[in-house]
Design a binder for this molecule. Structure first.
Ligand SMILES: C[S@@+](CC[C@H](N)C(=O)[O-])C[C@H]1O[C@@H](n2cnc3c(N)ncnc32)[C@H](O)[C@@H]1O
Length: 197
């Protein structure tokens, strides 16, 4: 589901970049990937996360995808020409990703999954395209944050079948993900490193 004007303002904001820098340091301290991997960021928005992934994890190939072509267009403007040359930007739905089975070393997802009505199908896709031993770096939010009495009037999200901590953990386990590290704020969201068996 595409973002409305209010959430576009929240994510296309320098404060969001600072937050993502801290999250990236947290990820890197706990799961430093080998250089030269093949990495995908799903729901990449305007590309701030992809720029940080390039700098911190030095992939040989970095794909950055988003459902919304307007976000991909913003990423083309946001990234420097050097970064642009090293990132393949594509418009794609997380529930139908155009990658072969077990093609990727790592997947990053900063706050995209709670925008997907069929979020379990998106997790199926992440599990399908990751190699055995590959890592899913995840930041996700829970409905008490984005669908409370205030935010439900400001933001637009799917309303049915929303995941909270327990639902998410069960769905990840069912798809063969082992949680190697997590920082969770009750009812708010989670930052996690998940290794595919
Ligand atoms: C909250 S924004 C996060 C953007 C960026 N990752 C960040 O952290 O600043 C969620 C992003 O997921 C994208 N998105 C929503 N549904 C999607 C889907 N089904 N497949 C891929 N991307 C999706 C939105 O267009 C949006 O850019």
């Amino acid at each position: 589901m595409k973002l409305n004007w209010a959430e576009r303002w929240v994510v296309n904001n320098p404060i969001r970049v600072l937050e993502q820098r801290l999250q990236m340091s947290w990820f890197k301290a706990r799961a430093p990937l080998d250089r030269g991997g093949i990495i995908l960021e799903i729901g990449a928005g305007r590309g701030a996360g992809a720029s940080l992934i390039l700098r911190e994890f030095h992939p040989s190939v970095l794909h950055a995808s988003d459902l919304d072509y307007d976000m991909i267009r913003r990423a083309k403007d946001y990234l420097s020409p050097g970064e642009r040359a090293r990132i393949s930007l594509i418009t794609a739905d997380a529930t139908h990703l155009p990658y072969r089975d077990q093609a990727l070393d790592a997947v990053f997802g900063f706050g995209f999954l709670h925008h997907v009505p069929e979020w379990r199908a998106a997790l199926d896709e992440v599990a399908r395209i990751l190699k055995g031993g590959g890592i899913y770096f995840m930041e996700e939010l829970y409905p008490s944050l984005y669908q409370n009495c205030i935010t439900r009037h400001l933001l637009v999200h799917p309303t049915e079948d929303r995941f909270r901590s327990a639902d998410l953990r069960i769905a990840l386990k069912e798809r063969g993900f082992r949680m190697e590290a997590a920082a969770e704020t009750r009812h708010v969201g989670i930052l996690a490193i998940l290794r595919k068996d």
